[in-house]
Design a protein around this ligand. Structure first.
Ligand SMILES: C[S@@+](CC[C@H](N)C(=O)[O-])C[C@H]1O[C@@H](n2cnc3c(N)ncnc32)[C@H](O)[C@@H]1O
Length: 206
């Protein structure tokens, strides 16, 4: 927990009940220890999509598609959401959830390495959500800027990395620290790290 656990409980107590699909996914993720953003960050993702009216969205690291559904529902019918994961099994589960959530026609599923899939998908995006393995975060900073439109958002999860950014004990933590430092220094982005759950960084492409 990054914030005081009582504050965290309070924030979660404010969240409206999720529908059956998201509730099932939260239960499955807890049972099988699948890391998902959870409802507080899911709601933030949806809100950022609504504020920016993002319609073309690329997600780097989607697992069973929980955050994908928050993004797709906020973007609405006719939007284009790209799911990526290198696990066939995750993609199989995600496709079933997309059907149940009513977003299957908006979501394109790519199985493979997320940055390679981004490279193979032409055009600019309104929003890119980054949730890949943390040691890849510096590589994300190379791949993403040319693929975001001006005024678009790069949103990144786990940027406080369970407090390990304070005294990074390993290469993965150092990659997150480097990512945060470079984003704040970048003249290409205007960045704020929000201490929600495990830290969410929101970067506006200038
Ligand atoms: C933290 S989980 C994603 C959770 C998802 N964003 C959510 O909140 O519902 C990270 C997922 O990304 C996948 N992954 C990590 N690095 C990847 C990469 N470089 N390319 C493709 N998939 C990757 C892993 O298989 C894992 O399922």
């Amino acid at each position: 927990m990054i914030v005081n656990p009582e504050i965290d409980r309070y924030l979660n107590s404010l969240l409206p009940r999720r529908d059956e699909v998201l509730a099932d996914m939260e239960a499955a993720a807890a049972q099988h220890i699948v890391p998902i953003v959870g409802p507080a960050v899911g709601r933030l993702l949806a809100q950022l999509v609504m504020i920016t009216r993002a319609r073309r969205i690329f997600e780097l690291g989607s697992a069973i598609g929980y955050s994908t559904i928050w993004l797709a529902r906020a973007a609405g019918p006719g939007s284009e959401i790209h799911y990526t994961d290198y696990s066939e099994e995750n993609a199989r589960l995600a496709r079933r959830y997309f059907e149940r959530a009513g977003v299957a026609s908006e979501v394109q599923v790519h199985v493979g390495e997320a940055l390679a899939m981004l490279g193979r998908t032409p055009g600019e995006f309104d929003l890119i959500f980054n949730d890949v393995d943390k040691e890849m975060y510096p590589a994300v900073l190379e791949a993403v800027p040319p693929r975001l439109k001006r005024g678009g958002l790069l949103v990144t999860d786990n940027t406080l990395w369970s407090e390990r950014v304070l005294d990074p004990p390993d290469a993965t933590s150092r990659a997150v620290v480097e990512f945060n430092r470079r984003l704040y220094e970048s003249s290409q982005f205007y960045t704020t790290l929000l201490p929600l759950r495990d830290g969410v960084t929101v970067s506006l492409k200038l």
